[in-house]
Design a protein around this ligand. Structure first.
Ligand code: ZN
Length: 105
């Protein structure tokens, strides 16, 4: 089971966006890559199209290795190691720092 999920807020541990945080937009468990809102922006040159009539440079998020991300605990607001705890009928993710649950449900 993946520790980081879509919709989580994560902190960036390394690379040019180190120290920044953002929301996970997409996860590819197979390749261990993730897309994080406004992080690792890459410039793309686009041709003129109906959607973008003037063409030119647009910035888009580039995929990051999941290993470079740490979940930002919603309770203690710090990048945390995540553990598992058996909740009511399902496993819940908990913050090892403050022992709070990560999941809203
Ligand atoms: Zn915490």
């Amino acid at each position: 089971m993946a520790l980081i999920r879509k919709g989580d807020t994560v902190s960036i541990l390394s690379g040019k966006d180190k120290g920044k945080s953002g929301k996970v937009l997409q996860i590819w468990p197979g390749t261990q890559k993730a897309l994080v809102e406004r992080i690792n922006l890459v410039k793309h040159f686009e041709r003129r199209s109906q959607q973008n009539p003037s063409g030119g440079v647009v910035e888009r998020e580039g995929a990051l290795a999941i290993s470079k991300l740490a979940i930002l605990c919603p309770k203690c607001k710090k990048p945390s190691r995540i553990g598992w705890e058996l909740g009511e009928g399902s496993k819940q993710r908990i913050c090892r720092r403050c022992k709070g649950t990560i999941d809203a449900t």
